[in-house]
Write a protein that binds this ligand. Structure first.
Ligand SMILES: Nc1nc2c(c(=O)[nH]1)N[C@H]1C(S)=C(S)[C@@H](COP(=O)(O)O)O[C@H]1N2
Ligand SMILES: [Mo]
Length: 571
């Protein structure tokens, strides 16, 4: 065995463990969220006056309706509650605690979720992300007179809204979102279990169709501002029951499913399901579920305040049904905890970015490890190929690369070194003379866009057969001709298992033509159960190593070092 260390190792940059604002991508503000109806974009700020007008009209109409004798007899027939026998009482401690954990985590999940959305501030119903076809956005039209990468498209958020607000801080926001989501799922699972063990499920699960007319009856009463007697301690009214049921048993599971379906490993491994609930559909539904949660929280909190605040807080925060101040005091303490977390989440994330990355990896790394073992398969056809494929990343700008482009890559050589029995270089002709593999697959960028393309190239397994990694080789390092956005070579590390997968190829063709320089010529990696940033473009060399801690910032890739991504990214 020859000990051949790849010389490009020396060109990897070290990385800071915190975000330095003067090195970070400069800020760029988006626009107020807009909804597309036909060809026109509507500013969603209109929802405020429209909502207020509708509410006023609704109140006046409800008050008029309440005078009608038919409505009166409807209300008598459906009093808004179904008085069935119950086997639970009050709000036990476990329920109150889980309610608090839920609200605490929900704020963080929603803030980090908005941050993730800001990295590709457009939502689509179609699988492709062709500019102009989105139904929702908070960004302007895509400029057509220049190359506009997905990173160019990302927008800044206020630091109090997103975590951490900075433009293109998705790496950190994802650790928050996923870690809190995991805790939220565990809390939710415990909540489900306790509901059914204690009989409290009867509060929130409607058991007859009469819940619908009764909900209408309660809605009419609320809308006419004549609030029905608050008997939540004993049982919820039908409208409460229905909305809590939808939130707990419909919205929450839907959020989990549409969240998981956005990852390449899962989406590519579930066949037809992944075709129908493709990433953009999952992403749009995930966003709408989040809107439901925000709407629910707003209405819920408003009603808590205006239907007898002290009693409501005593119920849910102190577990008593009197008119003392205990509940209010506990609630005030809970809100101080939420407020402190809210204020410090952003500055601490910027200051201790590496710690956030490490903590996130500790929390959800195992889940990524498990889903990385899923087996992506081919389910896409020529008809699925996207008409538009977002470009991303920092282009190579060396004279060396310019010269290669000038000669149409005829002088290109791929160097393969490190822990291999047979280190060697391959000329471009040699690579193209090997059996070519073609595959039609979906690309999942971490930022949120996706696209389908047909890729043609050399199976990575073939390269492994020729160079023969030694027993101590655990990872393949891909070095790019290009630098990363903050200087130093772009590189990324993959586990050997992924390199042996039959869909892992070094692609030199895209959609039947040579890969363009924009999309990674002469060679770019395709590894179908990982996110886009791991598909290194403009590959200069591959090195097999036993560990990656000695490389660059030690995190397993350029974006892992500089943008705090995880090196396993199947979701
Ligand atoms: N060398 C290099 N490779 C790279 C990047 C980069 O910045 N430099 N960006 C990555 C990211 S974030 C994505 S989404 C894909 C984009 O590939 P595309 O431009 O062909 O769409 O390339 C990946 N490969
Ligand atoms: Mo990406």
């Amino acid at each position: 065995m020859t000990d051949l260390t790849e010389p490009l190792e020396a060109q990897l940059a070290h990385a800071d463990d915190r975000i330095r604002l003067n090195h970070w991508i400069p800020q760029q503000w988006g626009v107020v969220p807009r909804l597309r109806i036909g060809q026109r974009w509507f500013n969603l700020m209109w929802l405020i006056p429209i909502g207020i007008t509708l509410l006023m009209l609704g109140i006046a109409t409800a008050q008029e309706l309440m005078q009608l004798s038919a409505v009166k007899s409807f209300l008598r027939r459906y009093p808004g509650q179904i008085a069935e026998p119950i086997s639970y009482s009050g709000f036990p401690l476990w329920l109150r605690l889980e309610h608090f954990f839920n609200l605490f985590l929900m704020f963080l999940i929603i803030r980090a979720g908005i941050q993730i959305l800001a990295d590709h501030p457009r939502l689509y119903w179609n699988r492709d992300c062709t500019p102009g076809t989105e139904w929702f956005r908070f960004q302007r039209d895509v400029p057509m007179h220049r190359i506009w990468t997905a990173k160019d498209d990302s927008v800044t958020l206020p630091g109090w809204l997103g975590i951490p607000g900075l433009r293109h801080s998705i790496g950190l926001a994802r650790w928050w979102h996923f870690s809190c989501a995991l805790l939220w799922v565990l809390n939710g699972a415990a909540f489900y279990a306790m509901l059914f063990v204690t009989g409290q499920w009867q509060r929130v699960v409607p058991h007859s169709l009469a819940v619908f007319p009764n909900s209408l009856s309660v809605a009419l009463e609320y809308l006419s501002l004549r609030f029905p007697a608050n008997e939540a301690w004993i049982r919820y009214n039908s409208l409460q029951q229905l909305t809590y049921f939808i939130t707990v048993f419909v919205a929450a599971p839907l959020a989990i499913i549409t969240g998981l379906m956005q990852g390449p490993a899962i989406s590519n491994s579930v066949g037809r399901v992944g075709r129908i609930l493709h990433r953009q559909a999952a992403r749009s539904i995930h966003f709408l579920v989040a809107c439901w949660f925000v709407f629910f929280i707003f209405v819920h909190v408003t009603l808590i305040f205006i239907t007898g605040l002290r009693q409501n807080l005593n119920n849910m925060f102190a577990g008593v049904n009197d008119d003392g101040y205990r509940g209010f005091i506990i609630f005030a303490i809970a809100m101080i905890i939420v407020a402190i977390t809210w204020v410090f989440a952003t500055p601490l994330t910027i200051r201790y970015a590496r710690l956030v990355q490490r903590t996130g990896r500790f929390m959800v790394g195992w889940l990524k490890g498990v889903s990385e073992r899923m087996n992506p398969s081919l389910e896409l056809t020529e008809a699925d190929i996207s008409p538009f494929f977002w470009p991303n990343g920092t282009m190579p700008n060396s004279a060396e690369f310019e010269a290669l482009v000038h000669d149409h890559f005829n002088n290109y050589k791929l160097r393969v070194s490190g822990l291999v029995s047979n280190p060697r270089t391959f000329s471009f002709d040699e690579l193209k003379a090997m059996p070519k593999q073609e595959q039609i697959t979906a690309h999942f960028c971490i930022q949120g866009w996706s696209g389908v393309a047909k890729w043609g190239g050399v199976p990575m397994g073939r390269i492994l057969d020729l160079v023969k990694p030694t027993a101590s080789a655990r990872y393949a390092v891909f070095y790019s001709f290009a630098e990363g956005s903050d200087g130093g070579r772009y590189y990324d590390v993959h586990e050997l298992r992924n390199m042996r997968h039959h869909l892992t190829i070094l692609a030199y063709e895209m959609n039947g033509a040579p890969v363009s320089v924009l999309h990674g010529a002469p060679l770019r990696l395709r590894c179908e159960n990982e996110l886009g940033f791991k598909q290194v473009k403009w590959i200069e060399a591959i090195e097999f190593v036993a560990d990656f801690r000695q490389l660059g910032g030690g995190q397993g890739g350029y974006n892992e070092d500089h943008e705090f991504y995880g090196y396993r990214m199947p979701i």
